[in-house]
Design a protein around this ligand. Structure first.
Ligand SMILES: N[C@@H](CCC[C@H](N)C(=O)O)C(=O)O
Length: 296
């Protein structure tokens, strides 16, 4: 194996994450390595969070977010919590500032182990999400799927949390919809020139909603943090909920989302370490640590 990088298999509410430590190195995690890791049951992931040396003063690290299809993403809420947990375990520190292609992320691990990430301000302008058609009101755009006179899903809210999201509001249980079938069609719909993460949301109360997401570049996942943020702000914006909501994920886990008065969206939830190992970032070949307690 060529010079190896430490990595940890983690999850954020079931969202499968590989945190790869690329600090102190000049090379990058190659798309081919990501695809090789994604194709093996033990290392299959939704996102890789590749941590590099900081590129700006006042930040702790640069993070690249890589979907399991090899594409780069601008945001990953669940993965960011996993990075915080890994770095907090390594350093004993509680607060971190990261830079990604979408900008700065501030995050904090609390005494109870839950982790909050300031996911920044949501974007609602059609051309910044981006959409391919002009919409003055992005809280409800014209888009539907299914028979023209009886659409299965229609009129989503759209928003960007750095990455593009469309949220379809449904009255029934979110599990009543074949998201595995409609997700890829909507992800690649001409309305979304950079593709989009597609969610189905059911509002249970002013403070609670259920969410399922078909993730751009990753497919059906057990949780999506940025989708929870985009859905929470869209729910509040359309008067469905208040600005603080608990979002229940397909895994059954919960995220607390607070759309603060300063317009920043703060997501709070857990992160879980599973096991660690060493990998070759060029090819994706890897081996698990024998002593996981030491690796932790
Ligand atoms: N799982 C993530 C979202 C990851 C990125 C997404 N698939 C995209 O391409 O935008 C999360 O927790 O936010």
């Amino acid at each position: 194996m060529a010079e190896t990088a430490q990595f940890a298999k983690m999850n954020g509410l079931g969202n499968k994450i590989l945190v790869v430590d690329m600090r102190g190195r000049k090379d990058k995690v190659a798309p081919a390595a990501a695809i090789a890791l994604a194709s093996q049951p033990e290392t299959s992931f939704d996102q890789i969070m590749a941590i590099y040396d900081p590129r700006a003063e006042g930040t702790d690290a640069w993070i690249d977010i890589i979907n399991c299809d090899g594409s780069l993403a601008q945001a990953c809420g669940n993965g960011t919590r996993c990075v915080v947990q890994a770095l907090a375990a390594e350093t004993g520190r509680k607060r971190f500032t990261f830079l990604t292609i979408a900008g700065v992320l501030n995050a904090e691990e609390h005494e109870d182990g839950l982790i909050s990430v300031d996911m920044g301000k949501p974007v609602f302008e059609w051309n910044r999400i981006p959409l391919s058609e002009e919409f003055h009101d992005t809280s409800r755009i014209e888009l539907q799927i299914g028979p023209i006179d009886a659409p299965v899903l229609h009129s989503p809210s759209v928003a960007s949390m750095g990455n593009p999201h469309a949220i379809f509001w449904v009255d029934k249980d979110v599990w009543d919809y074949d998201l595995g079938r409609f997700g890829p069609l909507l992800e690649n719909h001409p309305m979304f020139p950079e593709r989009a993460n597609i969610s189905i949301a059911h509002v249970r109360s002013r403070e609670a909603l259920d969410l399922r997401t078909w993730e751009r570049g990753a497919g059906l996942t057990l949780a999506c943090g940025s989708a929870a943020c985009a859905t929470a702000v869209s729910a509040a914006r359309t008067g469905r909920t208040g600005r603080q909501v608990t979002v229940t994920m397909p895994s059954g886990g919960h995220l607390m989302i607070d759309w603060r008065q300063d317009d920043h969206v703060v997501m709070t939830g857990p992160a879980e370490w599973e096991w660690s190992g060493l990998l070759d970032p060029a090819t994706g070949s890897y081996r698990r640590d024998q002593s996981e307690a030491v690796a932790r």
